[in-house]
Design a protein around this ligand. Sequence first.
Ligand code: AMP
Ligand code: MG
Length: 320
Amino acid sequence: MTTQITKNIDTAATALQSGKVVAIPTETVYGLAGVIYRQEAINDIFRIKERPLANPLIVHTHSADSLPEFALDIPEAAFKLADAFWPGPLTLLLRKKSNIPDNVTSGLDTVAVRVPSHPVTASLLRELKQPLAAPSANPFGRISPTTARHVFDYFEGRIPYILDGGACSVGLESTIAGFENGLPVVYRQGAVTAAQIKAVAGSVSVKTASTNTPKAPGMYPRHYSPRTPLIVTDNVKQALADVKGLNTIVIGYSKFCRDVVVEKKIVLPESGNFEEAAARLYSTLHYADSINTDIIIAEKFPETGLGSAINDRLMRASKK
Ligand code: AMP
Ligand code: MG
């Protein structure tokens, strides 16, 4: 099979309608998409990614209006959050209706739903009129893709099309929130922060510490990983001293890091804002992983706002 990078939405729509798997751009990361009702497409997604079958897929739809088609007992807070953050990088976990195939939800009685804001995929979903299941377009455990090229490098010859929507603007996987007694609970941190959810819904709790919560399975302690060993530290100078003699690249966020003398260094974010750092994080990790160093040292971000989500991804990328 040849893999074509295309900007043609109709081409992608036709392939998806015929049960094929196509990579699509979203504002978070690129997804490996299939129509949720096409059993063969969903099976192919798991096979191509080598994703464990117990790790369910997020359903992408064109509008919050379609929520009642997929979900039951939707809490008031879910409508409020949908209203505030959709289209955008927030996934909601709801009780599923029986029309959602079990292979999409790994047999759970919940469904994860999101309305992406990327204009290309928003048009695609409107044209298709069918929801897409789409996990990130990377082999299981590897760094998520934020450009069409990243996807091509992973899956050339395995999928017919990659719909090119440029570099992802958010660059981190969506925030995942469910509801316990009608109140929002964040299971995975992302660009929509717990504080923003609280501001809209009146309360929030965060349950991301346990590595494999049954409510949102598939949160592996090791994930999003480069092949090169990665150390995450709040003391880059010390970490550099510890690995003296090794060929090292430093990824740092702070002004302090500007003073660190090392041959290979990328400062995130040059502008000093976390949104930009998040948007560039995976591209930077892909690059750092491609230049054959012995080790990557990444400086921890402050644990505020998007900094927590970035640290979460860095920590998982660093686990052996
Ligand atoms: P991603 O790999 O970014 O597509 O995110 C998928 C994650 O969303 C999974 O690993 C689960 O943690 C969560 N998820 C997806 N679907 C469900 C579901 N039906 N019920 C609970 N969690 C889900
Ligand atoms: Mg993923």
